[in-house]
Every structure is written in structure tokens, then in C-alpha cells.
Design a protein around this ligand. Structure first.
Ligand SMILES: Cc1cc2nc3c(=O)[nH]c(=O)nc-3n(C[C@H](O)[C@H](O)[C@H](O)COP(=O)(O)O)c2cc1C
Length: 499
């Protein structure tokens, strides 16, 4: 095994005006735009939502602990499960043991077929950086020992055939408890990159452009208080021209992402909270960054077809059912993909062509996602009957879709309606109604009827403003077909959902 190539991936038909050092052979590097790993946010359900909006953006899992992977991948295959359409997909591991990380990486590659494996060196959570045994601290704490990070990554690379990468901060800020101020400077991060690259051969560094504070500041504070230093990520790209750097932290719009990418020196830009808050921010990604046919043109070509969602070439939920429904456990049911593995890289290379284009409107996304949700719920009926108050799976499914109400008229009412419907589900289950009668699609349809029809049916865009302006021009201010009970009232909720 040899660490794998770090190839450009993802097909394209019309390259955008600029390119980066990592595009090759007419193919655009999939990392150009990526959706950041976010614990309790970027689960497989949210990634499906993202995929319905962008076919190209590179997606990431939440961080998974090395030990959880090593101990539980057989008994809990759903922990690492995903659908074929989620490719290109990076799995992020958390841990500090070179041996266990290598084992976990092997499982992720050989059994689950992730496209890339990443080591987390950026998480500042007290639970991972301040363990009693210093040797087991991980996340951002690892930055204090670049040689050890290099060793972990070397072992991971040796164990797998796919690229191995590292996500880190710019450094570690001094605190009262640990006043060492030598780890918070450009010189420090530059040395970190150099040492890690020399020791491991890792070539792609994803940099959250802030230092971490390892004690006395919450994880949320660690994502807002230390100042952003984007210029240092550009400086790294200048100083290490043979290495790839993805810039992360505080990017809100695709205009900002494009500004960072314009020089062609950065490998990519990663967005986290902006996408979680409003997945529609990915709407222009495929055309603008990967040269796909613009969504509008696609819509026109299929004029007369109200929905294009059904044109997906790979049905993720069928695939999910094949792997985890019926057969269960690690035997995997009637798997139809690549030999006997729990994941497949098959459709990754099949992506391309406009027939597999992402959804065109919010309604398309919601309908397609609801069909997936029905399939997932169908596999969880026993659990729903056993725990009618919790309804964990349907709630997770709904949570992943809530951002689709962002900025839409009636978006806040959409969220509230989802919550209300679950109360109704609990009541019906407790009243003895068979769980098969509960339909996730009905729930989504009812809740989304709270949104303004113009916003639901307008071509998907980061903001609903164009749909609104169009509606107002046609019908006058405040007019429209349905919903519209509140206007972008979801902003507060979104911040509440961030940890
Ligand atoms: C709720 C939440 C959970 C996160 N979990 C992870 C994680 O598991 N692994 C990781 O490397 N970063 C994690 N992060 C950090 C993000 O990946 C990203 O670096 C950070 O949010 C800055 O990017 P943004 O400003 O675009 O959100 C998390 C962030 C949030 C908001």
C-alpha cells in the first residue's frame, strides 16, 4: 500500500475561467468547494440534503473517534454508512494513537470505501484536548507535537490506498494555564506544515484560519473569538507551492469563496456553518466552480417537467436499504454494489452529465429528500414504536432539512410545523396507530406548505430575494401563493442550533 494518489477528481464539461494547481487532465479538483465536518450536523442525512443542492461539492463526515471505528464498525455499520451519491466524501478521524488511527483508516478505506481520510487537529473541545492522560489528547492539542502528528499520518498513509489529509488550526494560543506563546504565529504554523509533510508525505492541509484556545473558551467561542487570519493560509500556499491548502473559517458566501480561489494557489475553500444554516448557499456551486450547466439552463431544457429530482442516476436510499435493511449487521443484506463492502466508490466516477444534475427548486429538494426519509423511517418502525416520545431517526431526518427554510417566507413556520407534527406522531403511536401509517413525506409536505409557493418553486439560490422580487413585480408587495406567514423568521433558530 502506498498512501494513494491525490488526484483531481470529478468530471466537468465547461471549466470556469480560473483553475487551480490541482486540476488536471481537464478535470476539476473536487476539493474546490467543500462542506466542513460538523459534529451532530454533517450526518448522512444532512449530506443527502447537500447533495440534492450540489452534485459536486466535496462532503465530509462528522469526526469519528478512532476507537469507535476500531471497536464498533462491525456491530454498528450505520455509524459510518453513507449513500453512493454522497461521493466525493472524506471521513474525518479523531484520535492520537498511530496504531489505532492506522487501523481505523484501514476500515474506512477497505470496508467503507471513503474517498479520503482526514485527521482532526483542530477540535478545541475540552473533552478531547484536556484528557487526564496527555498522551491521549487529540484534536487541536495535537498541534503542540507536529512530529507525533507526522507519525500518526505516516501510519495512516501506509495503511490505505486513498489520500490522507489533515485539518488543523493556525496554532495554539497561550492561556493563563499554559502561557507558552511560541505556538501562535505564522512561523509556528509554517513549521507545523513542514514537519508534518516531511514526516508523513501528506500533501493537503485544511486550515481553519484561527488559533485554538485549549482552556477557558467553549467550542463555540473557539469558532468566533480568536481572530480569522486568512492571509496566513494564502502565505502557506505561496511558501509551499507543492502542497495543497484549503482555506476554512468565516466564509459566508460563494462570492467570498471565489475571491479566495481566484489566484489559483489555494486548493479549495471549505464552508461549515454557512451551509448548515442555509444549504441553498451551495446552489450555484456546480456551475460556478465546476463548470456544470447552469441550473436555469437545465430547467429550461426540461421545461414541462415539474420535477427533475427523479433523474438521479443513483438512488441513495435504495442503496441504503440494500446494505442495511433486511440482512442487517455486517452481512449487509442484498448488497448490489462493489463486491462485499459496506461502501462503494462506484458512482463517484459515474457522476457527470446533466441528467444527474442537482435539484432545481427548494420543492424538488424537499420532495426528493422526503422520499429518502420515508425509506429510512421504514427501517426504523420498531424503534419508533418502542420510543414514541423520542422519535430519534425522524427527528434527525427533519433536523437535516430545516435549513431549507432559511430566508424563505414562512421558513420559521416550516420549522415549527415540523416540530408540531412530531407531537402528533407521538400521540398517534401512543394511541396504537401502526407506525407504517406515519409518512415522513406527508410531514415534509404539510410543513413546507407553510412556505411561500414562489420561494418553494423559484430556481434554487442562496437567497430567496430574486423569487420575492419576481413575485412582487408580478403580483404586488405581499402577494403570493400560500404560506408567507413570516418572513425569514428563522435566523434566530439557526444560531440556536449552532453549538
Ligand atoms: C456544530 C459544529 C461542529 C463541528 N464539528 C467539527 C468536527 O467534527 N471536526 C472538525 O474538524 N471541525 C468541526 N467543526 C469546525 C468546522 O469544521 C469549521 O472548521 C468551523 O466551523 C469554521 O468554519 P465555518 O466558519 O465555515 O463554520 C465544527 C463546527 C461546528 C459549528
Amino acid at each position: 500500500m502506498g498512501g494513494g494518489g491525490d488526484d483531481a477528481c470529478g468530471a466537468t464539461s465547461q471549466p470556469p475561467v480560473w483553475s487551480t494547481r490541482w486540476d488536471s487532465g481537464g478535470r476539476i479538483d473536487s476539493h474546490r468547494i467543500s462542506v466542513a465536518p460538523m459534529l451532530e450536523c454533517t450526518d448522512t442525512h444532512f449530506r443527502r440534503v447537500c447533495r440534492l443542492v450540489s452534485r459536486r461539492a466535496h462532503l465530509w463526515t462528522e469526526m469519528v473517534n478512532q476507537d469507535a471505528v476500531v471497536h464498533s464498525w462491525r456491530s454498528k455499520p450505520e455509524m459510518l454508512a453513507y449513500g453512493d451519491e454522497e461521493h466525493p466524501l472524506t471521513v474525518q478521524l479523531g484520535g492520537a494513537s498511530p496504531e489505532r488511527l492506522a487501523l481505523a483508516a484501514t476500515v474506512c478505506d477497505a470496508e467503507y470505501r471513503y474517498d479520503e481520510i482526514n485527521l482532526n487537529c483542530g477540535c478545541p473541545s475540552n473533552r478531547v484536548v484536556n484528557k487526564k492522560d496527555v498522551a491521549t489528547c487529540f484534536g487541536a492539542a495535537l498541534m503542540r507535537d507536529p512530529t507525533h502528528v507526522g507519525e500518526c499520518l505516516r501510519r495512516m498513509r501506509e495503511a490505505v490506498d486513498v489520500p490522507v489529509t489533515v485539518k488543523h488550526r493556525l496554532g495554539v494560543r497561550p492561556t493563563e494555564k499554559s502561557p507558552d506563546d511560541s505556538m501562535d504565529s505564522y512561523a509556528f504554523v509554517s513549521e507545523f506544515v513542514d514537519v508534518v509533510n516531511q514526516a508523513s508525505g501528506v500533501k493537503h492541509f485544511i486550515v481553519h484560519a484561527r488559533a485554538a484556545v485549549l482552556s477557558g473558551l467553549s467550542t463555540t467561542g473557539n469558532r468566533t473569538v480568536p481572530p480569522l487570519r486568512h492571509a496566513e493560509v494564502h502565505a502557506l500556499a505561496d511558501d509551499f507551492p507543492s502542497l495543497g491548502f484549503t482555506l476554512n473559517g468565516g466564509i459566508e458566501t460563494m462570492d467570498q469563496a471565489a475571491e479566495h480561489l481566484e489566484s489559483g494557489k489555494l486548493r479549495g475553500v471549505m464552508l461549515g456553518r454557512a451551509v448548515y444554516r442555509n444549504p441553498a448557499v451551495l446552489a450555484e456551486v456546480d456551475a460556478r466552480f465546476y463548470g456544470d450547466e447552469p441550473r436555469e439552463a437545465f430547467r429550461e431544457r426540461y421545461a414541462g417537467e415539474a420535477r427533475v429530482a427523479g433523474r438521479w442516476d443513483s438512488d441513495g436510499f435504495d442503496d441504503f436499504t440494500n446494505r442495511f435493511g433486511g440482512g442487517g449487521g455486517d452481512s449487509g443484506g442484498n448488497r448490489t454494489t462493489e463486491d462485499d463492502r459496506l461502501g462503494s466508490r462506484g458512482s463517484f466516477f459515474a457522476l457527470g452529465g446533466t441528467d444527474s444534475a442537482a435539484c432545481v427548486t427548494r420543492r424538488d429538494v424537499l420532495e426528493r429528500y422526503a422520499a429518502y426519509g420515508d425509506a429510512v423511517c421504514a427501517m426504523n418502525l420498531d424503534h419508533m414504536v418502542k420510543f414514541p416520545n423520542a422519535l430519534l431517526t425522524p427527528r434527525r431526518l427533519a433536523k437535516a432539512a430545516l435549513g431549507l427554510g432559511h430566508g424563505a417566507r414562512g421558513g420559521g413556520a416550516f420549522r415549527r410545523a415540523c416540530e408540531r407534527e412530531f407531537g402528533e406522531w407521538t400521540r398517534r403511536l401512543k394511541g396504537g396507530e401502526p407506525p407504517e401509517r406515519l409518512s415522513f413525506s406527508d410531514l415534509v409536505r404539510d410543513a413546507s406548505s407553510e412556505m411561500h409557493a414562489d420561494d418553494l418553486d423559484a430556481p434554487l439560490a442562496a437567497s430567496c430575494a430574486p423569487a420575492r422580487a419576481h413575485g412582487e413585480a408580478r403580483y404586488g408587495r405581499g402577494a403570493g401563493g400560500g404560506g408567507g406567514r413570516d418572513d425569514g423568521a428563522d435566523e434566530g433558530d439557526v444560531h440556536a442550533r449552532e453549538r
